[in-house]
Design a protein around this ligand. Structure first.
Ligand SMILES: Nc1ncnc2c1ncn2[C@@H]1O[C@H](COP(=O)(O)OP(=O)(O)OP(=O)(O)O)[C@@H](O)[C@H]1O
Length: 286
């Protein structure tokens, strides 16, 4: 997979989404007519978005509308679910992420993920962060690895709290610290993109605030996509926002998710074009 952000991949003006007043940065992901199936069930359809570099993009919408399913397409995590099938096109810097020549392991190194529930390995704080670089062969031991661990913990705003107990178990940290440890672990393989699936839903407001501040700090170096149920959080942290909803399928009792609107966050919250978005962001739709 080429590693580039060359001008030829600069975004073309988007005819459908007016994208508020935000300047148009480099497109990292271009998603066209994406649909995801689990077996015969179409879980989500009509996803068409462009994710831009050094921005936070939020996915919002009611339960079951496919936010996590779509998020998992961005680093091919759906490959790990036997019955999942992705249709449509998703490019990363112009390269089709689902091309047979693309190595999903390399994809997941460049596009890291942080999950809803902090999930440190039952290992020391140091070994949690060192795991990825060791496995990817970036650094095996010694000062090179020490540097990666320190830098990653610093970027995740955890270094000062753990620098004197790097050999202690990651499981002994508080929930918020564990989530920052997971973020440090994701940063340690030097990714370009971080996918976050409701990263604060298990955290208290103070720990949540720290993660939100952290996102603001690191977005200068990374590109972030976050799934959140929390409208205020989406409004606070994201630059652009995608609203999904569900529609009942005609011939069955099932519901399929779909993208309703994608725009600059300010526009989505103050002047959305679709009534369904307005109803959702103003709390008139649960
Ligand atoms: N592994 C799976 N196998 C089968 N169906 C699945 C699987 N994962 C998700 N689904 C279905 O796909 C649809 C979308 O689920 P998804 O978890 O992506 O929605 P979501 O918007 O993230 O929901 P929530 O906000 O509740 O987390 C739902 O109907 C769900 O039941």
């Amino acid at each position: 997979m080429p590693d580039h952000t060359s001008p030829e991949h600069a975004p073309a003006p988007d005819p459908v989404h007016h994208q508020g007043e935000r300047p148009e940065g480099t497109v990292v992901f271009d998603v066209e007519d994406l649909a995801v199936y689990y077996g015969d069930f179409r879980a989500v359809r009509d996803v068409r978005i462009q994710v831009r570099q050094h921005e936070v993009t939020a996915f919002i919408g009611p339960s079951g509308c496919g936010k996590t399913t779509v998020l998992r397409c961005f680093n091919r995590m759906n490959d790990l679910i036997d019955i999942a099938r992705v249709e449509g096109r998703l490019t990363y810097h112009g390269v089709d992420l689902y091309d047979a020549k693309v190595n999903p392991v390399e994809v997941r190194r460049r596009i890291g993920m942080v999950f809803q529930k902090p999930n440190p390995f039952p290992k020391s704080i140091y070994d949690n962060v060192a795991y990825g670089p060791r496995t990817a062969g970036l650094a095996k031991k010694g000062s090179a690895l020490d540097d990666i661990v320190e830098q990653s913990l610093r970027r995740a705003a955890l270094w000062d709290e753990v620098k004197d107990r790097l050999k202690a178990s990651g499981l002994g940290l508080s929930g918020g610290q564990q989530q920052r440890l997971c973020i440090a672990r994701a940063l340690a393989t030097d990714p370009e993109v971080i996918l976050m699936d409701e990263p604060c839903s298990a955290l208290d407001p103070i720990a949540t605030g720290r993660i939100e501040d952290l996102m603001e700090e690191i977005k200068e170096q990374y590109t972030i996509i976050i799934v959140t149920h929390n409208m205020q959080q989406a409004a606070r942290v994201s630059d652009r926002c995608a609203f999904f909803t569900t529609e009942v399928n005609e011939h069955s009792d099932t519901r399929t998710g779909l993208l309703v609107e994608y725009d600059a966050t300010e526009t989505m919250f103050s002047n959305p074009s679709d009534e369904r978005t307005e109803n959702y962001v103003t709390g008139r739709f649960g």
